[in-house]
Design a protein around this ligand. Structure first.
Ligand code: HEM
Length: 145
């Protein structure tokens, strides 16, 4: 192998690696919904306790980002309840699930904005809105199996 061959082999290796890099970078689904929901639960608990403590602002901002990331990943997946559904029913179900998750994302963005503004009362209100989506969300998308 001369120097040209080595260069060519190197270029081929880089070109082959590029698409897989983008595939990884573009995959924001993360772990399964159930585990993302666990992140959400832990975050809700933490923020409920710490939202009004100005010393915890940085930690609260970190927690809210993790929750948003979890919801962003979970909304791109299909709930387990879809495993027993026909194709047409499944499509509608997944769309409505995603729309409900967007509502949750919006509420979590409101929490973040209020924390940044130093408005604990507003942050708490938005957190309650987020928490209020849990029961109807579960009734519809995580029915008892
Ligand atoms: C702050 C709000 C929420 C919290 C803290 C929360 C928490 C949880 C937890 C702890 C689980 C796991 C339950 C288990 O062990 O079986 C779960 C499951 C689930 N949650 Fe939530 N949840 C919230 C909101 C929502 C919303 C708004 C939706 C729907 C739009 C939703 C859809 C689901 C689904 C579909 C599952 C079952 C997982 C699956 O089917 O793959 N959750 N949630």
């Amino acid at each position: 192998m001369n120097a040209r061959h080595v260069l060519a082999a190197g270029l081929i290796a880089v070109a082959a690696a590029v698409p897989s890099y983008f595939a990884i970078a573009g995959d924001s689904k993360g772990p399964p919904i159930k585990s993302q929901m666990g992140v959400l639960k832990d975050g809700m608990k933490k923020l409920s306790a710490d939202l009004e403590d100005p010393k915890k602002t940085d930690a609260n901002l970190e927690a809210i980002l993790k929750m948003q990331e979890a919801v962003h990943g979970a909304k791109q997946q299909a709930p387990q309840a879809t495993s027993k559904q026909e194709k047409d029913a499944k499509e509608g179900f997944v769309k409505e699930y995603r729309q409900s998750m967007i509502e949750l994302e919006k509420a979590l963005l409101d929490v973040e904005n209020a924390i940044l503004a130093g408005d604990a009362a507003k942050a708490k209100e938005a957190l309650q809105t987020a928490g209020g989506l849990k029961e109807p969300g579960h009734q519809k998308f995580n029915p008892r199996r």
